[in-house]
Ligand binder design. Structure first.
Ligand code: NDP
Length: 250
């Protein structure tokens, strides 16, 4: 039986582990070929590439810091050279170091914005010309529920993620007519390397408060990306979907 993404070409930023890795593998399981990048995780990248290939699909892993403009342009061009025009872009790469507001200097703020928001804009700019020409494209941006909730020690992160949601809505309005559907996913707490730094105390309190009393896994976020990338998601425009275990209701 054909997969829901049969022969689609997808590009995932930050695909070497965690949520991006799970999305890249889920896309391959549905028939897509995938290019993805990481900043400095060659082992994770090799594991994800091999999982993609085990589904009989092409995988290309690149080192690319998404905050470096030239590297981003090279990654994009190389991915198109290997795969052909990209049908589905997933802006997933992100960082989330906790830091009290008073100690975040402007350079740290800029870096957060560059990785978590500016890169989303940059990749979307690279993706749209060919998608527009073909009259079909999907852009999926990974935001966070913290865009809505705010969080201690994450003012820069929350600002960037709220920006991702705003950008998603604006692009969705501007691009839908060209057949390019732009949506976001705002996951709740998912156990990945990004969330490793949280204290046991914090985790215990959070588990107690969550209606589902457990954290999510990357493979519980990936199906939402498959939905938005496939024809099942054809009526979603500018939405932010919230797989979050009931942490926040919108
Ligand atoms: P992980 O830390 O597990 O994975 C992050 C991925 O992004 C890795 O592949 C990492 O590669 C890559 N990455 C990070 N910085 C860069 C960079 N500058 N350039 C290129 N690649 C980069 O994180 P998650 O899977 O948890 O997070 C994925 C996304 O989901 C992020 O946008 C995050 O904000 C969001 N999210 C996560 C939640 C959670 O609870 N985990 C909740 C809500 C949203 P490398 O190691 O090489 O840098």
């Amino acid at each position: 039986m054909a997969g829901r993404l049969e022969n689609r070409k997808a590009l995932v930023t930050g695909g070497s582990r965690g949520i991006g890795g799970a999305i890249a593998i889920a896309f391959a399981a549905e028939g897509a070929d995938v290019a993805f990048c990481h900043d400095d995780d060659p082992e994770g990248a090799a594991a994800v590439a091999s999982a993609i290939r085990s589904h009989g699909r092409q995988a290309f892993a690149f080192q690319c810091d998404v905050s470096e403009d030239d590297a981003v342009r090279r990654f994009w061009a190389e991915s198109e050279r290997m795969l052909g025009p990209i049908d589905i872009l997933v802006n997933n790469a992100g960082i989330g170091p906790e830091q009290p507001f008073e100690t975040i200097d402007l350079a740290a703020f800029d870096h957060m914005i560059n990785v978590n928001l500016r890169a989303v804009f940059h990749f979307a700019k690279l993706a749209t010309p060919a998608m527009r020409m073909r009259g079909w494209g999907r852009i999926i941006n990974i935001a966070s529920q913290l865009a809505y909730k705010g969080a201690n020690g994450l003012s820069h992160y929350c600002a960037a993620k709220a920006g991702v949601i705003g950008l998603t809505r604006a692009l969705a309005i501007e691009l839908a007519e060209s057949g390019i559907l732009v949506n976001a996913i705002a996951p709740g707490m998912v156990e990945t390397r990004l969330s490793e730094g949280l204290t046991e105390d914090w985790k215990a309190r959070k588990l107690n408060e969550l209606p589902i009393h457990r954290f999510g896994t990357p493979s519980e976020i990936a199906p939402t990306a498959v939905l938005l990338a496939s024809s099942d998601g054809d009526f979603y425009v500018g939405q932010t979907l919230s797989p979050n275990g009931g942490d926040v209701f919108l």
